[in-house]
Design a protein around this ligand. Structure first.
Ligand SMILES: Nc1ncnc2c1ncn2[C@@H]1O[C@H](COP(=O)(O)OP(=O)(O)OP(=O)(O)O)[C@@H](O)[C@H]1O
Length: 814
């Protein structure tokens, strides 16, 4: 240290601190005491305190004293000072977890990063570095405290943060493996407002600097270290004012690490670029101008590496960190003996940084915090910082009101261009996946049309016909007599049953036939009496005098397995229909009007639908809408989650893209996919499988597309509210069954519990299914309330889901 210098410690307090003239005097006296004792004072690092060290030439004593006086008398406002810094954090508190079980990550932390410096943020794994950085870039909110970044509050209007003023390299790779290096850089360049030419120019330089392979190489084919360098290239690309690098040198060999550091040192030289870097390699931060050693939610020190080494008489920064950690563990506070020890034992070199000059023009120095707060050596600039920094204009004060029109500017053209291009490129690169996704609904509708709604055939009925014994025939023979012949009428009846595709199996005894049903080998047993034909004729000819036993003998005894409602009902119907046609055929052969054998009800042609409606037509509207709805849910929630999980979303949001833009870009691209799906589903449903359609195809298409949009927006809700695929899957699956069960696909709403009936009306697919059914089966047009209510309800759901997604994107930060 130069003996011609003496050093004093001054405590400068921000304007809103409880500073008083008395305190100033006290501190002046203290300062002078220190000077007179010839003590080499300390820079004051430690928990929560602040101090400024200034060296003054003895020759210039008077001048400097005047400067000191100015310093105490006319400080610029604290806010104004903070806005001059690249980053200024004050009394930051960040807590994860619940109130009962809080996990305090930042505990009154202060941090000051001067413009044009490299700031090394160090600390043990899990100490909160990434959390602090994400608060700085505006991705997380503090529980309390203040952050100023590049003169504005992150996230405030006009602050440019998040935005292209920041270059952010997150800890995750945050890259698309399917893209080439060049495509990746074009994507991030466009987001930051660069042209393709500008990106190309910068690409060559970055490839060389970061020793990356050919720009046409796919990211997924790069090695782990190359991928990280690629991620760094994306952050460096647009020469941001503030570069935030979260462990950029992991997996990078020492030579390349050095060249990365050289580049960082080079880019901050112009004074307009600031770098904050976290690393696990503590020693590499020797090239940083200031390092902040973070522990226990605070900075143990925020100082230049050289000074830290000198102050703590340490060989390495790791030693310094160790010593400071021990001190912190000892629980010593400022103004306690630890400060005294530091003052007594540690020599601090004079700082010759012009940034420390306390002339009024250059007085960026601020000693952060109130008395007893954390120290932030904000005025302690790096030696290499050039004094003549040409700072870019500061953003407007955050409370300036936005022009009204600004509220309607949801999206920026360059952002949308980049996002939509990226989405399409992703689809193109995953063309197999996309073909599967587009083809999936077709496969499902084919399966539906093949599998659902057709009448079961070959239902087995076990028959014991005692009439055959009387005719001396074996139990398996059952000859049919045609014409007006009353012989073995039981066999004629059975013939009609077989014509309805019923599998009639003959058994010798009643018990055997019943056993077939009990063992599940037949759906019904039918027993004919030994005088069935005779009794049947008697019953119809002597209707007034017929005996009870004759009526019994003329009845077929049927025992059914009704465990399967659909099969039971169909067989029940077939046994009756077979009887009607059997009677009609005899009457007709005997020259009697066959109508005498029918029920005296005239069934006119139905006003809507067919005489024998099938379940396929009943279920088709719901199935088509459900397929389109839930595939859209899967598509959009999947796309959003992929981005989120790979950290790409985080990087994009930091570079200024908004959640709304991402949402709309996916709406645009997924919309096209969904149109393709809709076209194929409709083609197959109505032109290949010939499902009933009496209404206009246009409204069918419109309603299906609207439902797909509704599914997309629900997918956004799922992806915005879930943090991982598993919970998203649970949410999608959890919503699938209630929506499908209650929307009237499986069972008519009219048959539901009254409470469920009300609830089902408010589900997204209920009204649209009713509406589509009315279009398809009744041929109704949009003017009919049953139809337009389906459109209106779907539209309302789209608005609701979109609003929820936007709100979640806006407010769901850490
Ligand atoms: N979203 C979150 N919810 C709850 N706890 C979290 C969340 N994010 C981080 N944490 C916890 O906060 C602490 C700090 O995490 P952070 O990622 O900020 O540490 P870090 O210093 O960056 O660690 P590393 O150097 O290993 O990356 C960790 O204990 C972590 O488990």
């Amino acid at each position: 240290m130069n003996s011609n210098h003496f050093v004093f410690v001054s405590f400068q307090v921000n304007t809103y601190s409880r500073y008083s003239a008395e305190t100033t005097d006290k501190q002046n006296r203290k300062t002078m005491d220190v000077e007179s004792e010839g003590v080499q004072p300390v820079s004051g690092t430690g928990n929560g305190h602040s101090a400024t060290i200034t060296t003054i030439d003895t020759d210039d004593t008077h001048q400097e004293l005047a400067a000191r006086r100015r310093m105490f008398m006319s400080q610029p406002s604290t806010v104004a000072i903070r806005r001059q810094q690249a980053v200024c954090v004050r009394r930051a508190h960040k807590i994860y977890g619940t109130k009962k079980n809080p996990n305090v990550i930042l505990d009154g932390l202060n941090m000051t990063v001067q413009k044009g410096s490299i700031y090394g943020l160090l600390g043990a794994s899990g100490c909160g570095k990434t959390t602090l950085l994400s608060c700085i870039v505006g991705r997380r909110r503090l529980n309390s405290g203040e952050i100023w970044v590049l003169g504005g509050r992150p996230g405030s209007r006009g602050s440019g943060v998040p935005g292209p003023r920041i270059g952010y390299m997150p800890q995750e790779l945050a890259l698309y493996g399917e893209f080439t290096i060049r495509e990746t850089l074009i994507y991030f360049g466009w987001i930051c407002g660069m042209t393709a030419e500008q990106v190309d120019e910068k690409t060559d330089f970055l490839l060389k600097l970061l020793q990356l392979p050919n720009a046409s190489r796919f990211v997924k084919n790069l090695s782990g270290g190359q991928m990280r360098r690629m991620s760094l290239a994306a952050a460096l690309l647009h020469s941001p004012e503030l570069l935030i690098l979260d462990e950029p040198t992991v997996g990078v060999d020492p030579v390349l690490r050095q060249s990365i550091w050289d580049h960082l040192v080079e880019i901050v030289k112009n004074g307009n670029t600031t770098v904050i870097i976290t690393t696990h390699y503590i020693e590499e931060t020797r090239q940083a101008h200031v390092i902040g050693l973070m522990r226990g939610g605070k900075f143990l020190a925020e100082e230049s590496p050289a000074e830290l080494l000198a102050q703590y008489h340490a060989e390495s920064l790791e030693d310094v960190f160790l010593k400071l950690s021990v001190m912190q563990n000892m629980g010593k506070r400022r103004r306690s003996s630890i400060a005294q020890e530091v003052v007594e034992n540690i020599r601090v070199p004079a700082i010759s940084n012009p940034a420390l000059d306390l002339s009024p023009e250059e007085d960026h120095g601020e000693i952060s915090g109130e008395f007893g707060d954390n120290i932030s050596m904000s005025s302690r600039g790096p030696d290499s910082i050039t004094p003549e920094i040409q700072a870019p204009p500061l953003p407007p004060e955050e409370d300036t009101k936005a022009p009204f029109i600004e509220y309607f500017k949801f999206v920026k053209p360059n952002h949308m261009r980049a996002l939509i291009w990226k989405n399409f490129l992703w689809m193109w690169r995953n063309v197999g996946v996309m073909a599967f996704i587009i083809g999936l609904p077709v496969g499902q509708i084919i399966l539906f049309c093949w599998a659902i709604g057709h009448d079961p055939v070959g239902l087995r009925v076990a028959v014991t016909n005692h009439e055959l014994e009387m005719a001396n025939l074996s139990y398996a023979e059952c000859p049919t007599y045609t014409g007006c012949n009353y012989t073995l009428l039981s066999c004629r009846y059975l013939e009609n049953l077989k014509n309805r595709n019923v599998d009639v199996q003959m058994f010798e005894t009643e018990q055997e036939a019943l056993n077939q049903v009990s063992r599940g080998k037949a759906w019904a047993s039918m027993i004919f009496s030994h005088n069935y034909s005779e009794a049947l004729v008697e019953r119809s000819e002597n209707i007034r005098s017929v005996e009870e036993w004759t009526l019994d003998a003329a009845s077929v005894a049927v025992s059914m397995d009704m465990s399967n409602q659909q099969i039971g009902n169909l067989l029940y119907r077939d046994i009756q229909y077979a009887y009607f046609s059997f009677i009609e055929s005899i009457l007709s052969d005997c020259d009697v009007n066959p109508s005498n054998g029918r029920l005296p009800i005239q069934w006119h042609k139905p006003i809507y639908g067919d005489v024998s409606p099938n379940f396929t037509d009943f279920a088709a509207p719901g199935v088509i809408l459900t397929i389109i709805f839930f595939l859209s849910v899967a598509l959009t929630s999947g796309a959003m989650l992929i981005e989120r999980n790979e950290g790409i979303l985080e990087r994009c949001l930091v570079s200024g893209i908004t959640g709304v833009e991402i949402l709309f870009s996916h709406v645009t691209t997924q919309f096209l996919v969904m149109c393709g799906q809709t076209a194929l589903v409709i083609l197959f449903s109505f032109y290949v499988f010939d499902l009933t359609i009496h209404g206009e195809i246009f409204w069918v298409v419109m309603l299906t597309i609207l439902t797909g949009l509704c599914g997309m927006t629900f997918g956004f809700v799922v992806s915005c509210s879930c943090d991982n695929e598993r919970s998203a899957t649970y949410m999608a699956m959890g919503s699938f069954l209630p929506i499908v069960m209650l929307c009237g696909i499986i069972w008519p709403i009219e048959g539901m519990h009254p409470v469920v009936k009300i609830f089902s009306v408010f589900l997204p697919l209920t009204k649209s299914t009713e509406s589509l059914r009315s279009i398809l089966q009744r041929g109704w047009l949009i003017g009919n309330p049953n139809v337009w209510i389906g459109f209106a309800s779907t539209g309302i759901w789209i608005v609701i889901f979109l609003t929820i997604s936007i709100l979640l994107l806006k407010f769901k930060k850490g």
